[in-house]
Design a protein around this ligand. Structure first.
Ligand code: XUL
Ligand code: CO
Length: 444
């Protein structure tokens, strides 16, 4: 097999002063941060669909990038060329994982038996490459949103036949995830929602989604899948409303249907912002509920307001993300670049520049988040902020050793309470800026 990205060398770390566009400035895989090498803090993954399939098409225009890799698109030869390209790409960047949908791997046939045969063939080939390179599968999923049959959803569809088809795709995608040793299995409910409540039985649809997920857990466990199932929340797009609106909503759903032991969250930055939250918010909600599993690393554009899936460049957001991840003790999953180059960035170099940007952004985020933690001022401020609950009546409240009447009596006797201590937001923001821009990258 000949080299596909001929003019691209293996990407090396050259440090912050390098001007080489094909070098890392901050991602230094073996540099130890808080006792662990960067590559262990940041298990990066390539999204098969964006990197090897998406070619710049948008609602107003056709492909700008050539992702044929010298073959005819829609053939098994093309599917194999994507495998060759993907593994060469990941090796050149030092990316350890990939994520896939079933239909990213092969062209979908007219019937599922033929599609499944193609999937068996391509995953045999992928497995060979995995064994030769040490590259691993982070998670798999089934695309139950592109084909017209899923126009009304998969688990939430009004058609029992389509529900069967969805079940067949989930079953096969789980087989493939297990075959490839994937750490997780994702449900992104792209069309699990509604356009209008005038035609929608919301309760019925949500119960059916839960039924599909329960069957997936039962089947997955029966074939030896020991990893996490993930819900990837997103509030809207393509539907007007999607049931997995945000982390809080998805966690409530999982608990309601007894799925919370098998599922965690796969939080995507641009989905959180579409829900009107910060990326950090949805990470925190997941973490405090013990459900921070994996991350789809990208960013949106607040001026556009749709799911632009841009490569992450915002160091502030990456820092706050890594602060949450470090505080949570790391991810069970990884950082999947569910990101695509902009439509006018259509060259092979652009594909590499994009990953260098994303990996450097998260490396910087990691370095800076570690510095915030080592600095300690923010953590100790938060600790101190709630100190009135550490002794006296505050302690009794959190220990459950008081009553509403006792508290009311205390309030009556004290008159008006003093104002709570200052939130000091501006002081805390200035600490973050000081750490971000003081120029040090000196974390052990
Ligand atoms: C869509 C999205 C998906 C999921 C997997 O917004 O993020 O690519 O990550 O289906
Ligand atoms: Co995603």
């Amino acid at each position: 097999m000949s080299e596909i990205f001929k003019n691209i060398p293996s990407i090396q770390y050259e440090g912050r002063d390098s001007k080489n566009p094909l070098a890392f400035k901050f991602y230094n895989a073996n540099q130890v941060i808080l006792g662990k090498p960067m590559c262990e803090h940041l298990p990066f993954a390539m999204a098969w669909w964006h990197n090897l399939c998406a070619a710049g098409t948008d609602m107003f225009g056709r492909d700008t990038a050539d992702k044929s890799f010298g073959t005819e698109k829609g053939t098994m030869e093309h599917a194999k060329a994507k495998v060759d390209a993907g593994f060469e790409f990941m090796q050149k960047l030092g990316i350890e994982y990939f994520c896939f949908h079933d239909v990213d791997l092969v062209p979908e046939a007219d019937n599922i038996n033929e599609t499944n045969k193609r999937l068996d063939e391509i995953t045999d080939y992928i497995l060979e490459k995995m064994n030769a390179t040490g590259i691993k599968c982070l998670w798999g999923t089934a695309n139950m949103f592109s084909n017209p049959r899923f126009m009304n959803g998969a688990g939430s569809t009004n058609s029992a036949d389509v529900f069967c088809f969805a079940a067949a795709q989930v079953k096969k995608a789980l087989d493939l995830t297990v075959k490839l040793g994937g750490k997780g299995y994702v449900f992104w409910g792209g069309r699990e929602g509604y356009e209008t409540l005038l035609n929608t039985d919301m309760k019925f649809e949500q119960e059916n989604i839960a039924r599909l997920m329960k069957m997936a857990v039962e089947y997955g466990r029966s074939i030896g899948f020991e990893g996490d199932f993930y819900i990837e929340p997103k509030p809207k797009e393509p539907m007007k409303h999607q049931y997995d609106f945000d982390a809080a909503t998805a966690i409530g759903f999982l608990r309601q249907y007894g799925l919370d032991k098998d599922f965690k969250m796969n939080i995507e930055a641009n989905h959180a912002t579409l829900a009107g939250h910060t990326f950090q918010h949805d990470l925190r909600v997941s973490a405090i509920n013990g459900m921070l599993g994996s991350i789809d690393a990208n960013q949106g554009d607040l001026l556009l307001g749709w799911d632009t899936d841009e490569f992450p460049s915002n160091v502030y957001d990456a820092t706050m993300c890594m602060y949450e991840v470090l505080k949570a003790g790391g991810l069970t999953g990884g950082f999947n670049f569910d990101s695509k180059t902009r439509r006018p960035s259509y060259t092979v170099e652009d594909m590499f520049h994009a990953f260098i940007l994303g990996m450097d952004t998260f490396a910087l985020g990691l370095i800076k988040a570690a510095e915030i933690i080592e600095d300690g001022r923010i953590d100790s401020f938060i600790e101190e902020r709630y100190s009135s609950f550490k002794s006296g009546i505050g302690k009794k409240i959190i220990e459950g050793k008081t009553t509403l009447s006792e508290l009311a009596k205390i309030a009556e006797d004290m008159g008006a309470p003093a104002l709570p201590s200052s939130g000091k937001q501006e002081y805390l923001q200035s600490i973050v800026n000081q750490i971000l821009f003081s120029g040090t990258v000196a974390v052990k």
